[in-house]
Design a protein. Structure first.
Length: 77
């Protein structure tokens, strides 16, 4: 079941990129969209089944900090 949910998650991310671009999380139209809600449901299902998401790498954390900076957000990551 977890494997199937992970496949669905990957497809949802691909759909988000197709619909909203590579940086879909920066697009206001993404938030609250059907794709966003489906991703949230998928995440909840995975967590309910005990799936542990990988911790982000240092490179990913740095990229997130840079993105937050470009968005004008003051995040403590």
């Amino acid at each position: 079941m977890i494997d199937r949910l992970l496949e669905i998650r990957e497809l949802l991310f691909e759909a988000a990129v197709t619909l909203y671009g590579d940086l879909f999380i920066t697009e206001d139209a993404f938030w609250g969209s059907v794709t966003d809600r489906q991703l949230q449901d998928n995440t909840i299902q995975l967590e309910t089944l005990g799936h542990q998401f990988e911790q982000p790498s240092e490179e990913q954390v740095e990229a997130a900090k840079e993105l937050a900076k470009k968005l004008g957000l003051d995040l403590d990551l």
